[in-house]
Design a protein around this ligand. Structure first.
Ligand code: IPE
Ligand code: IPE
Ligand code: MG
Length: 232
């Protein structure tokens, strides 16, 4: 029997700071190690037949962190985006960003737009949530819908979804959070309505093949009823 594989995996990449602290390193070293984990997990997703990977890289709340950490993270993101073009194109990865882009520097916004354009024909989709908050995304979608429709227009779930940042991306099937925290922290509030959750105490920089395998294995045993029950 073939194993049920999630089409879309979403990950709250958490625990970089604790990983750094445990090794006597600065927090940014944890984020750097976290970026390597992302490459590893993307490779594992493609091997497993997953088609979409969405990762939470920076939340709308993460701006509250120290200036040093925020600027270090922005530099890391910028260099990741600049250095990955060749590799992503060669591996047929489509790069996408969701979140409140206007918060990012113009330079970073331009780098993102460039990478999205260069990778737009990729078969596998990597979605990076940047200055992303589920509530913020819903508010921006509501405003876009308001501005695009005639007064008194009707709205349904399908139409509303088309105004979200994830308009052309299917909902996540499996949502993983590392580092032992058991919360969503404002990630994909709308899209995760029926996602299967997998929590692990492993810190993101330590998350590897074995842990990913365990998450896929757990997912394959989940019964996704979506509220329905077979008629008896
Ligand atoms: C996740 O790791 C990465 C970001 C939020 C940018 P953290 O930085 O939250 O790590 P902990 O939770 O402090 O260990
Ligand atoms: C969520 O992690 C955001 C990212 C992983 C980018 P946080 O570490 O910021 O979340 P809280 O503060 O523990 O809820
Ligand atoms: Mg954290």
């Amino acid at each position: 029997m073939t194993r049920k594989v999630p089409r879309h995996v979403a990950v709250i990449m958490d625990g970089n700071g604790r990983w750094a602290k445990a090794g006597g390193k600065v927090r940014l070293a944890g984020h750097r190690a976290g970026a390597d984990t992302l490459d590893r997990v993307m490779h594992l997703c493609r091997e497993a037949g997953v088609e979409y990977l969405t990762v939470y890289a920076f939340s709308t709340e993460n701006w509250k962190r120290s200036k040093t950490e925020v600027s270090g993270l922005m530099k890391l993101l910028s260099s990741y985006i600049r250095n990955k073009e060749k590799e992503l194109v060669a591996n047929s990865v489509r790069f996408r960003v969701i979140g409140r882009r206007s918060d990012l520097s113009e330079k970073l916004q331009a780098e993102i737009a460039n990478l999205e354009e260069k990778t737009k024909d990729g078969a596998f989709t990597l979605v990076v949530a940047l200055s992303y908050g589920g509530r913020d995304e819903i508010i921006r979608a509501a405003k876009r819908w308001r501005d695009a429709s005639k007064p008194g227009s009707d709205l349904d779930e399908g139409l509303f979804s088309s105004f979200l940042d994830t308009a052309d991306i299917p909902d996540p099937d499996l949502l993983i959070r590392t580092s032992g925290e058991l919360r969503l922290s404002n990630f994909l509030l709308w899209q995760a309505a029926y996602a299967e959750f997998y929590f692990t105490p492993v810190l993101w920089p330590d998350f590897g093949k074995e842990e990913f395998e365990q998450a896929l294995e757990a997912y394959s045993h989940r019964e996704r009823r979506m509220g329905a029950r077979p008629a008896k």
